[in-house]
Design a protein around this ligand. Structure first.
Ligand SMILES: C[S@@+](CC[C@H](N)C(=O)[O-])C[C@H]1O[C@@H](n2cnc3c(N)ncnc32)[C@H](O)[C@@H]1O
Length: 259
């Protein structure tokens, strides 16, 4: 007993730590997957996948994989998306519009993109929703008054002046209490930023965009929003792929009640 005592004590500490660690990790994963927020996110994702379930195989797969890999959707789901008109500029397939329509199929969804195929796919998928999606240029698209405006990965296609003009127009179109969310590349994150820009340059070349992606500094975006009377938050975030982005969330203050 005396000879083995120390080994037993040490052994039980090591084995206890290992078993306890595994148990804690499993508990943490189960709890994480079952929080109300995680369940709500899964439901939203299921809704979007179902909406595109009759689209062509490539588009259906694109939607499914983008939902899996792009953390933007969990970040958007964590925001209060409110009710009322949603506008998505450069909406692509319209996944973010669909995401915002979860739980309210009468919500008015307005989107535009230059890509005819994506707009056609969105139109077909949204036939049971209150959606108006069209092939149009964000630079001239007439904005309706809206509670939520989204621009995800599109600003870099525009010149600096066009980007700032569009931001100002969006702020003016927001109703009191409305929210304007846009995402841009983060150019200050070393290797991740280099990969993000290289990936985008490749996309621009393949799409024969005829321009190179252009990002403004975060301060310039922020000051444009603040000059338009918005309350601004910005969040740097890493994606599941090695890409670096910044999410800007600008809130139009609710109208003050007359005394
Ligand atoms: C990277 S994709 C993002 C699509 C969508 N926002 C999303 O997050 O899934 C960029 C989109 O912007 C569109 N786009 C680029 N310049 C545009 C413009 N001037 N007007 C409208 N759409 C534009 C492209 O056709 C493309 O679908």
């Amino acid at each position: 007993m005396k000879d083995e005592f120390l080994s037993w004590v040490l052994g039980s500490l090591v084995v206890g730590d290992a078993v306890g660690g595994v148990g804690a990790a499993i508990t943490a994963i189960v709890v994480h997957l079952n929080t109300a927020a995680a369940r709500a996110l899964r439901e939203r994702v299921r809704f979007v996948n179902q909406t595109f379930s009759r689209s062509a195989g490539f588009d259906r797969g694109f939607v499914r994989w983008k939902l899996r890999l792009d953390r933007i959707f969990s970040l958007i789901a964590a925001e209060t998306l409110g009710a009322g008109t949603v506008v998505d500029l450069g909406c692509g397939h319209g996944m973010a519009l669909c995401f915002a329509a979860y739980g309210d199929s009468t919500r008015r969804l307005v989107g535009c993109d230059l890509d005819k195929h994506r707009i056609e796919t969105a139109r077909e998928a949204f036939r049971n929703l209150n959606a108006e999606v069209s092939v149009a240029d964000v630079r001239h698209f007439p904005l309706p008054p809206a509670k939520l405006i989204l621009i995800l990965d599109v600003l870099q296609y525009l010149t600096a002046e066009e980007q700032l003009a569009l931001l100002t127009r969006c702020c003016s179109a927001l109703e009191p209490g409305g929210k304007f969310i846009f995402r841009v590349h983060d150019c200050e994150r070393g290797v991740r930023s280099a990969i993000t820009m290289a990936f985008d340059r490749l996309l621009f070349t393949c799409a024969h965009a005829g321009v190179q992606p252009l990002m403004l500094s975060p301060e310039r975006y922020r000051s444009a929003l603040e000059s338009a009377g918005m309350r601004v938050e910005s969040r740097r975030f890493r994606n599941r792929l090695p890409l670096a982005h910044i999410l800007f969330i600008a809130n139009r203050p609710p109208e003050e009640k007359a005394l």
